[in-house]
Design a protein around this ligand. Structure first.
Ligand code: MN
Length: 135
């Protein structure tokens, strides 16, 4: 076994994230593993833009109160211990509520093809959609 070297905490870029979002890479498998695990920390009000994951994604909340929303208007409120799966290709966003920090583990798989992106990003979530999603 080996203890892995932690990479520096990264900031979510403004093209893809609204508000303050920071992520820690927990694990990135080397082939044949394609496992990906990040801890993602959202300040109150912070959230992703619309996006899809080619291989799907599983979110597991460790702190705070979070939201995940779909194009069809479904919203799930996520609390510590909750796990939410978004299937391959489903457009969604996720983040903190307006009033609470939130941290989740994001678990997904690489595509195995450098020409096929793991995540496809779309436009930012509108303020109206974000506020409508609040618990
Ligand atoms: Mn996602």
């Amino acid at each position: 076994m080996q203890k892995l070297t932690k990479s520096a905490t990264g900031k979510g870029p403004a093209e893809n994230f609204a508000g303050e979002v920071w992520f820690d890479q927990i694990y990135r498998g080397e082939e044949p593993s394609r496992a990906r695990v990040n801890a993602v920390h959202f300040a109150p009000g912070a959230h992703t833009a619309w996006h899809t994951h080619t291989m799907g994604q599983t979110l597991h909340v460790t702190e705070g109160v979070g939201l995940v929303g779909t194009r069809e208007g479904q919203v799930i409120v996520m609390r510590p211990g909750d796990t939410v799966h978004t299937p391959p290709g489903e457009w969604h966003w996720h983040g903190a509520t307006a009033e609470c920090f939130m941290t989740h583990l994001a678990i997904w798989d690489g595509t195995g093809d450098p020409d096929v992106p793991e995540t496809t990003w779309g436009e930012h979530v509108t303020d109206a959609d974000y506020h409508r999603a609040q618990p």
